[in-house]
Design a protein around this ligand. Structure first.
Ligand SMILES: NC(=O)c1ccc[n+]([C@@H]2O[C@H](COP(=O)([O-])OP(=O)(O)OC[C@H]3O[C@@H](n4cnc5c(N)ncnc54)[C@H](O)[C@@H]3O)[C@@H](O)[C@H]2O)c1
Length: 388
């Protein structure tokens, strides 16, 4: 007999024969447990040996993190389908250049599609039945969410729902998706822990990312879809984003324009080097979260669940003042910056810092690239890229 979690409204069709992804969660009997464990071991072995031939879906593959994740998976021998709508939030030529990097791999296939397009996304999932999905497509950026909130609703809410539905109807074995450190919003106790309450976002962007975690939890609970949320902390590096501080500073210093320092440069950010973020993602993909048997509705831990759902911080755990970042960029470029001091902007937070103990326990890795080293690599790439 199937056991359903309290309050679960499982569809009739699901009960009437369609394979449930996680019998461990839906049917906690010994046979279910053994089958699930065996299937996980099979998947793990196939993943490790590189014999799992179904492609990994990477959404936002033309984006900064998406390109790096897709490239790492391709280098590791996986087949990857990349999806992106190549929108004009920032220069689409940079996105096209990232896709060109990926198209150098024979095992990469690009599909231009909008994740908010329900029909296109449903057809994409039906065609490939991806066992693993890395969902990174989103409307990013805190400040832009004050200017164009609907872009956030379309990509981050409707688009996210379409991805969840695709996973649900094709028995995806693990959905890994981008959340953000922005979910910590008004919290001031650092380091931020995944188990902290995050009910006070300070931007619509942060609110949509928190909404993603909640939507994923509902699907993990109702449809036993294993889902892992990643709260990225200010990721930077080669092929980075032109709307982010490091790019804006480098660009202005090289061109001899003044740089804007919000909160007079005293903001502290937990800058995370891209290779570290990628390492965390690829280690988590073959490890779908197990339900936490110790989770209690009496004292609910916000980071885990009785459903197969988990959220992790992906950060360097070493916040650096933005003014120090400027000094390091000046040194790497070999030219001083002209500084313009500005007040703090609406939606900004004074400090971010990740507690990554959970991540380290789960995958035996924590981001560690020192900021000076990461900035050096970013500036090397930035100068070469703009010389072309
Ligand atoms: N870079 C960071 O520091 C950071 C921090 C926290 C969270 N994140 C999250 O990580 C993910 C990746 O961020 P990034 O820095 O690579 O951003 P990015 O903007 O470079 O990448 C996102 C990609 O998604 C694509 N996209 C946007 N809307 C789409 C839609 N409707 N359909 C299809 N494609 C769409 C964009 O064209 C872009 O290429 C995002 O979800 C972002 O919110 C990033």
């Amino acid at each position: 007999m199937l056991w359903l979690p309290e309050g679960a409204r499982c569809e009739k069709a699901l009960l009437a024969g369609k394979r449930l992804h996680f019998p461990l969660y839906t049917a906690p009997n010994m046979v279910g447990r053994a089958q699930t464990a065996a299937r996980r071991v099979d998947d793990d072995i196939a993943w490790k040996e590189g014999t799992l031939r179904e492609p990994v879906l990477v959404t936002g593959a033309a984006g900064f993190i998406g390109m790096h994740v897709a490239r790492r998976l391709l280098v590791d021998g996986r087949d990857v389908v990349g999806v992106d709508n190549l929108n004009a939030y920032y220069d689409p030529r940079l996105k096209a250049a990232r896709i060109s990097e990926l198209e150098a791999f024979a095992n990469f296939r690009f599909e231009k599609a909008d994740i908010a397009d329900r029909k296109a996304i449903s057809e994409l999932f039906a065609a490939h039945r991806f066992p693993h999905v890395v969902h990174l497509a989103a409307q990013a950026g805190v400040r832009h969410s004050l200017i164009d909130p609907h872009a956030y609703a379309d990509a981050n809410l409707t688009g996210f729902l379409n991805v969840l539905e695709g996973c649900r109807h094709t028995q995806c074995r693990h959905l890994v998706y981008a959340s953000s450190s922005s979910v910590y919003g008004a919290n001031t106790r650092v380091p931020f822990r995944a188990s902290d309450n995050v009910d006070h976002p300070l931007s619509l962007y942060g609110a949509t990312k928190k909404a993603n975690e909640l939507m994923a939890h509902a699907y993990a609970h109702l449809f036993a879809l294993p889902a892992t949320g990643l709260r990225f902390f200010t990721v930077y590096g080669p092929w980075g984003r032109p709307d982010m501080a490091m790019w804006l500073f480098a660009d202005a210093i090289i061109a001899g324009r003044p740089i804007k320092l919000f909160n007079e440069g005293r903001m502290r950010r937990d800058f995370t080097y891209i290779d570290d973020a990628v390492e965390a993602v690829v280690r988590l993909v073959p490890r779908p979260p197990a339900p936490d048997p110790a989770w209690s509705g009496e004292a609910p831990d916000p980071a885990t669940s009785r459903a197969p759902w988990h959220v992790y911080n992906i950060g360097n755990s070493q916040p650096v003042e933005v003014s120090e970042v400027v000094r390091l960029i000046e040194a790497a470029i070999g030219k001083p910056a002209a500084r313009k001091l500005w007040p703090m902007q609406p939606g900004d937070v004074p400090e971010t810092c990740a507690d990554v103990a959970d991540l380290e326990r789960a995958v035996g890795f924590r981001p560690k690239t020192p900021i000076g080293e990461g900035i050096g690599r970013f500036i090397d790439w930035f100068v070469r890229f703009h010389r072309k």
